[in-house]
Write a protein that binds this ligand. Structure first.
Ligand code: NAI
Ligand code: MG
Length: 413
């Protein structure tokens, strides 16, 4: 029997291109796992009226470890229009399956590392006064509360009378009391103290474990006094338990500006759900963008790892596939670390770093050319060629390690 069982959910579009490549890499480092395929995404919605089928939920509940590609989500009206005719009008309503999965399994801690690889042509650079440039390396890990906040899913257009009545007890709602129901959309931002405390604790623990000097709470407590206020209060309370790690506080809007000024000054960043989603994409832009942005959704029992990019439908049908599989590889690396296979994780990261540094094999996004069928003829590597190069580097690095070990052995004799 294999040591690990991983539920693999390629999902839609390019999820189906990058996830199988990650499995090749995991195999190459000898990860002892059985993989069980599970469906998720747009096709499931259209055919079954449920983007997260019960079988997938059951498999995750049983095996507790998932590797996810990407899904396609579409706005409410489009979702209704694409549902199989026989399912229409039967009370099915579309909700993002990844958001549902995070809530269902209490995957409340989302970790999104944004760490630059030296030599990546997409790295952030800064102009110097002498006309040259410098390339500060970014080493940020974003902790995003993953189940609450504005993504809690409590929302209405045309809210029920009881909701309007409850809101009318707040003086600020007076400005909206005369708005007709159908013209009134409300999404509720819910933060609980327990969840706020937990994400801040996870952020500080990470900072302590990996030697980061600061944790930045990135909210907007001057305006969102209650919800962001609670996040900030909890960050301050947790910070007291971690001597030697500085707590910094920034506003989400200002932070998106500052991060292009001095990104090397940030370490761990913690935020509520939407702000964490935003700020992690912003930091990811400094280390190469979506082709490099990995994430882990961690709960007390279940953990699911995924690149932060979506299904990129415009590239999904290209043959050969051209998208960058590195974000998916790095998600698999996070999974390895989560299950304690740190040595295998380290080897993959080292091989990726070597491929990037050498710069001979680059997917289209690393070349600043447009994606599309022409990318390959313009010198871009395909998704599979990028994987092949990472595999070749892995083999070379382990051959080198063996030679070193043999030489050391000879030296001892
Ligand atoms: P996207 O992430 O699919 O694509 C955004 C841009 O980045 C596109 O130009 C795409 O070509 C490029 N890109 C994405 N991944 C790449 C990769 N691995 N290598 C190279 N280039 C890459 O986001 P978009 O276009 O906004 O959404 C497409 C669909 O994906 C939508 O239905 C959206 O709802 C869904 N989505 C799903 C997510 C998930 O599964 N977690 C996250 C974000 C979007
Ligand atoms: Mg996002």
């Amino acid at each position: 029997m294999a040591k690990h069982t991983v539920v693999t959910m390629p999902g839609d579009g390019i999820g189906n291109q990058v996830l199988p490549e990650a499995l090749r890499v995991l195999k190459a480092v000898g990860f002892d796992a059985e993989y069980i395929h599970a469906d998720i995404g747009w096709e499931c919605w259209c055919r079954q009226g449920n983007a997260l089928p019960e079988r997938t939920v059951d498999l995750l509940a049983k095996h507790k470890l998932g590797l996810f590609g990407a899904i396609t989500s579409k706005p409410k009206k489009q979702a209704e229009a694409e549902l199989a005719p026989e399912l229409r009008g039967k009370g099915h309503s579309y909700f993002s399956p990844i958001v549902t999965m995070r809530q269902r399994f209490h995957l409340d801690t989302c970790i999104r590392p944004c760490i630059s690889f030296p030599g990546n042509p997409l790295n952030f650079i800064r102009k110097k006064t002498d006309g040259g440039f410098e390339e500060p390396l970014v080493n940020v890990v974003v902790f995003r509360q993953n189940t609450e906040g504005l993504y809690a899913g409590v929302e209405w257009t045309n809210p029920p009378e009881q909701v309007r009545a409850a809101l009318a007890t707040h003086s600020k709602f007076k400005a909206f009391t005369s708005v007709p129901g159908l013209d009134l959309a409300i999404s509720v931002r819910i933060i609980t103290r327990q969840a706020a405390r937990k994400i801040c604790q996870a952020a500080f623990e990470w900072a302590k474990k990996y030697g980061y000097k600061s944790v930045t709470i990135c909210e907007k407590p001057n305006v969102l006094r209650e919800t962001s206020g609670m996040m900030e209060d909890e960050a301050k309370a947790v910070a007291k338990e971690y001597r030697g790690i500085t707590l910094r506080s920034t506003n989400i809007d200002a932070q998106t500006m500052w991060l292009t000024k001095n990104p090397e000054d940030y370490g761990v960043v913690v935020a509520s759900n939407l702000f964490g989603d935003v700020i992690s994409d912003a930091f990811a832009g400094l280390i190469g963008g979506l082709g490099f942005a990995a994430s882990g959704n961690i709960g007390d029992e279940v953990a699911v790892f995924e690149p932060t990019h979506g299904s990129a439908p415009k590239y999904a049908e290209l043959n050969p596939p051209i998208v960058n599989p590195i974000a998916m590889f790095l998600s698999a690396v996070m999974m390895l670390e989560h299950v304690g296979e740190v040595e295998k994780a380290r080897r993959i990261r080292e091989a990726i770093a070597a491929v990037i540094k050498e710069g001979k094999v680059r997917t289209y996004d690393m070349m600043r050319i447009s994606g599309g069928a022409k990318a390959i003829s313009q010198g871009a590597a395909s998704t599979v060629q990028m994987t092949d190069e990472v595999l070749a580097k892995l083999a070379r690095l382990s051959a080198l390690a063996e030679t070193h070990a043999e030489l050391a052995e000879v030296g001892r004799k």
